[in-house]
Design a protein around this ligand. Sequence first.
Ligand SMILES: *[C@@H]1O[C@H](CO)[C@@H](O)[C@H](O)[C@H]1NC(C)=O
Length: 260
Amino acid sequence: MVKVSFNAALAQKDVKKDFETLIPAENRDTEAALVVRQRSRAWCWCVCLGIALFLSGVVVAGAYLYRYYVVEQDNEVFICGVNYHENDYMITEEEEMMEEQSFRQRLLQERIQVLVPDQVEIIHVPVPDFEDGDPADIVHDFQRRLTAYLDLSLDKCYVIPLNTSVVMPPTDLLDLLINVKAGTYLPQSYLVHEEMVVTERLENIENLGAFIYTLCRGKDTYKLQRRDRILGMQKREALTCHKIRHFENTFVVETLICEP
Ligand SMILES: *[C@@H]1O[C@H](CO)[C@@H](O)[C@H](O)[C@H]1NC(C)=O
């Protein structure tokens, strides 16, 4: 609409110009007319400048809107929830306890962004409804084959090699999300546990790829290892742990991050 009205203004101006050139020369030979004409020319420049400024504004705003629209479309952001049960609690010895616990329902919601061209999944876990862990931002980078957890309660970053048997590849995850549809819930799911231990502090995070760098920049960043992969670590060794519950597959994963 804006463009159309601008075109109309231009067209009018052209008409005026044509009209000016049509006026016979003998009719505009007085000095007064000259001054008036110079003034009107100055006016014209002002108007042109104004129109140019206005137009550049329209172009910038248009570009912004267009980009915003495309970004939203491209980045495939999903708000997603899953109902799961904590079936692992069935290990408890008492029969009654087992019955009770096995029917405990949980709901986990998160925001998932799948960047298929970059082979990256970005997940935001908000503050959980129950006491089930910390809010977190998670990046799974399939090109770098790395996962990074930013624990938002501790403001600390943890990096570990990507486990592709837990994390669905971007295209598959996108298919899953599209099938489930944004805003709806995944079918009843279950919980898987994994336990990680901090092994060392990472000083250089520049070589972890742009996405993990962006996530962990300015945070204390540590390297993790699966606890069952660490030889000689006592199962009952007292560790300070925080958990993050998340999903990037058909099941929920509880990642326990422990510091020795
Ligand atoms: C990936 O996760 C699964 C399930 O937690 C585990 O059994 C497996 O050992 C893990 N693989 C690696 C390479 O850590």
